[in-house]
Design a protein around this ligand. Structure first.
Ligand code: RB5
Length: 145
């Protein structure tokens, strides 16, 4: 799968860990930074990942900040993005099956690396169920301004 990642300084370490794991799993990965733990503003780190997903150059996106919240709010400002912060595997599964989430976000300061990998693994392999869920997503898109 083609996957694009990004993080602010709060997500720097976890983003690097996820990037390495994804490569080991055979995914094609683009890491858009950050490439140091220097402080940056998370909205600036969100845009490249969002654009990668919306252009269809990448099938899924991953964003990491300190809590997972700032990058989630920023990404969901873009029409067509369905970003979810996942800190457990059930949410990961449901966000794919019901919501067709195209970006997952993590809080690098709140989740163990091993759990993040477990969640990401489920999130990547779970398919959207479509049907009645597509009708609801169509309604989300009608809410967008
Ligand atoms: C940065 O200190 C922190 O605010 C950011 O990583 C994120 O947690 C925001 O939601």
């Amino acid at each position: 799968m083609k996957i694009i990642l990004g993080a602010d300084h709060g997500g720097y370490e976890l983003k690097n860990h996820l990037t390495e794991w994804l490569k080991q799993q055979g995914h094609e990965v683009k890491d858009t930074g950050v490439f140091s733990s220097d402080s940056v503003d998370y909205p600036d780190m969100t845009r490249p990942v969002v654009e990668g997903v919306l252009s269809n150059d990448f099938e899924r996106g991953i964003l990491v900040c300190g809590s997972g919240v700032g990058v989630n709010i920023s990404a969901n400002r873009f029409k067509g993005i369905r970003a979810v912060t996942c800190h457990d595997v059930v949410m990961a599964r449901l966000s794919r099956e019901h919501n067709n989430a195209n970006i997952v976000t993590f809080g690098g300061r709140f989740i163990a690396k091993e759990l993040a990998i477990e969640i990401l693994s489920v999130w990547l392999k779970t398919d959207f169920l479509a049907g009645r869920h597509q009708i609801r997503i169509d309604k989300i898109e009608k809410l967008e301004k």
